[in-house]
Design a protein around this ligand. Structure first.
Ligand code: 3PG
Ligand code: MG
Length: 382
């Protein structure tokens, strides 16, 4: 296996792919976890005398130059954290150059192999070696993640190594009971994951915006809650599969609702089968949070991805807080996966050290747990 330690980098120009896709609000970084997670590899390469060209993405600009998705704020924050100058976009005198959002170029994410390859060849110009450390993006078959490492001597960075080591423990022979808690907004993003994980886990609890499609699939009125109506038949099948496989599938029994999606909306607690037609669910209720927490604490292996409610609004953060607290009490391995979930636990006042591990990748870690081949890992020989 290629390793960072054995990659010849002294005096070389190294392309380092990082996942610096951090949450921004009004141009300010609200959680710099992914930047901090990239520092050990950056420092190691600099100490060994390499100069770095860092490539990363921000959001999904879909091949268009979108000023609000510029990596400029990230360059500034990286400079502060590294305590050394970082050139942005154009090479200057610094040992570190951060390129602009690679996704401003449509070829980065193109489904056309030859388009991606041409872009990768451009990125490889004047570069001696490649280090892949953007774990959060390794499930993407993108030019800088998948094609570029194939053109250069390469190795995984410390972050990718650490992530894979932890996730291996969850896939190889998880200590049971093995539970997964899923939240977040979109069921469509997670259908495949849920379906595959149902043959691996003992317990699955579902909250967040996507739970309303589940509640709708069980025939409940969901008011004006978020729903992916076209997925209701698929979700019905998932519920059936869980039942057939003997997986304990837990859905909330009470919901915190409000009339509008607003930070100062008045919260009302209702039964999950009694959501008023003019109200939307914005968090799981305290009874559900208690049930979820109990199940979590019984698990010896627990993976959590996706907030339970709109944790950014204090009135709708309770469910996420209770779940995070329960994870800190797991007697075994507890893993928080994903940029949003990691940001949520930090925003709610938890420390990274309260959990077994905080993964920087949501989609990436879920696909790893499903047993999929991840292009960005494959390209690094992992
Ligand atoms: C993430 O935030 O999940 C990663 O940076 C990957 O981003 P993507 O889902 O837009 O590919
Ligand atoms: Mg994401």
């Amino acid at each position: 296996m290629n390793s960072l330690a054995s990659l010849d980098v002294a005096g070389k120009r190294v392309f380092l792919r990082c996942d610096l896709n951090v949450p921004l609000k009004n141009g300010e970084i609200t959680d710099d976890g992914r930047i901090r997670a990239s520092l050990p590899t950056i420092k190691n390469l600099l100490e060994r005398g390499a100069s770095l060209v860092i490539g990363a993405h921000l959001g999904r600009p879909k091949g268009e130059v979108k000023p609000e998705l510029s990596l400029a704020p990230v360059a500034k924050r990286l400079e502060e954290l590294l305590n050394e100058p970082v050139d942005f976009i154009t090479s200057g005198t610094s040992k570190v150059l951060l390129l602009e959002n690679l996704r401003f170029n449509a070829a980065e994410t193109s489904k056309d192999d030859s388009e991606r390859k041409i872009f990768a060849q451009e990125l490889a110009k004047n570069i001696d070696a490649y280090v892949g450390d953007g774990f959060g993006a390794v499930h993407r078959k993108h030019a800088s993640v998948y094609d570029l490492p194939g053109l250069l001597p390469n190795a995984p960075g410390f972050l990718i190594q650490a992530e894979v080591e932890v996730l291996k423990k969850l896939t190889d022979s998880p200590v049971r009971p093995y539970g997964v808690v899923l939240g977040g907004a979109k069921v469509s993003d997670k259908i495949g994951v849920i379906s595959n994980l149902l043959s691996k886990v003992d317990v699955m609890a579902i909250g967040g915006g996507m739970v309303f499609t589940f509640l709708a699939a069980t025939g409940k009125e969901i008011g004006s809650s978020l729903v992916e109506a076209d997925l209701i038949p698929t979700v019905k099948e998932l519920i059936e599969t869980a039942h057939n496989k003997g997986v304990t599938l837990i859905l909330p029994t009470d919901i915190v609702v409000a009339r509008e999606f607003k930070i100062d909306s008045q919260p009302t607690l209702v039964n999950a089968d009694n959501i008023p037609s003019d109200q939307m669910g914005l968090d799981i209720g305290p009874e559900s949070a208690g049930v979820f927490a109990n199940e979590i604490k019984k698990c010896k292996t627990l993976f959590w991805n996706g907030p339970m409610g709109v944790f950014e609004f204090p009135n709708f953060a309770h469910g996420t807080k209770v779940i995070a607290q329960a994870l800190t009490e797991v007697d075994g391995i507890s893993v928080v996966g994903g940029g949003d979930s990691a940001a949520a636990v930090r925003a709610l006042g938890f420390n990274d050290s309260d959990f077994g591990y905080i993964s920087t990748g949501g989609g990436a870690s879920l696909e790893y747990l499903e047993g999929k081949v991840l292009p960005g890992l494959q390209a690094l020989g992992l």
